[in-house]
Design a protein around this ligand. Structure first.
Ligand SMILES: [Zn+2]
Length: 224
């Protein structure tokens, strides 16, 4: 077997299977297409599948061939290291797509926010004219509540508000202080050590033993 496997060689593998469906590689590994499996039916989101009557396309045909040729999952050939490296480079490409989409969306969101801010400011200024006129009218008529056909107006005196500008000065005064009681908190590190050391599952906790393992990856700079 050759040590160097090119992308074109790898795409002859072509298909990655998961619980939900299949990822079918494009001609040179780019633009892989997802074929979703639901109720033993295969559905592809590609253009050809959308326009064809039977919803058929090359991706669905490829998945059928793949399923027919590999009836026993255990019988499938293991992934080579070169394939794994190639898959990781595809992850890098998809990560950069996600980042570019987020950047594009954020630019648009900033523009929309600015537009909304400016439109709201204009509208709010118009609204303020009416509000001021109505407020003045209520005062002139000495009304606290007025029911009109369009709605109800209310004028309510506000209670005085006290702002604390210098907390230290108020504390120094000494007449308006209270002691906040010490708060009990769980020492998670000590709890973990005790539970894992003794196996005792105390009241108020539950221990999950078979947590699924965590997979992670770190990409090299310019890894694709
Ligand atoms: Zn397709």
């Amino acid at each position: 077997m050759e040590a160097i496997t090119t992308a074109a060689d790898i795409t002859s593998l072509g298909i990655i299977e998961s619980e939900n469906g299949f990822l079918v590689s494009g001609d040179y590994g780019d633009n892989a297409v997802e074929v979703i499996r639901s109720d033993s039916e295969l559905r592809c989101g590609c253009f050809i599948a959308q326009v064809s009557n039977a919803g058929e396309c090359e991706h669905i045909v490829a998945v059928r061939e793949y399923l027919a040729s590999t009836p026993i999952p255990e019988g499938r050939p293991p992934l080579s290291q070169a394939d794994a490296d190639y898959y990781l480079s595809r992850v890098a490409v998809l990560d950069s797509t996600i980042a570019a989409n987020a950047e594009s969306a954020n630019t648009q969101i900033d523009r929309i926010k600015l537009w909304l801010e400016m439109e709201n400011a204009k509208t709010q200024r118009k609204k303020d004219y009416y509000i001021l006129a109505l407020d003045n009218w209520m005062h002139l008529m000495e009304l606290s509540t007025k029911v009109l056909s369009a709605g109800t107006l209310k004028v309510r005196a506000q209670p005085p508000e006290i702002l604390i500008n210098d907390e230290d000065a108020v504390l120094k005064d000494g007449r308006f202080t209270r002691t906040i009681p010490e708060k009990q908190a769980v020492d998670k590190a000590a709890l973990r050590k005790h539970v894992l050391g003794t196996g005792e599952e105390i009241d108020g906790i539950s221990v999950i033993l078979n947590k699924p393992h965590k997979f992670s990856y770190k990409l090299n700079q310019g890894g694709f």
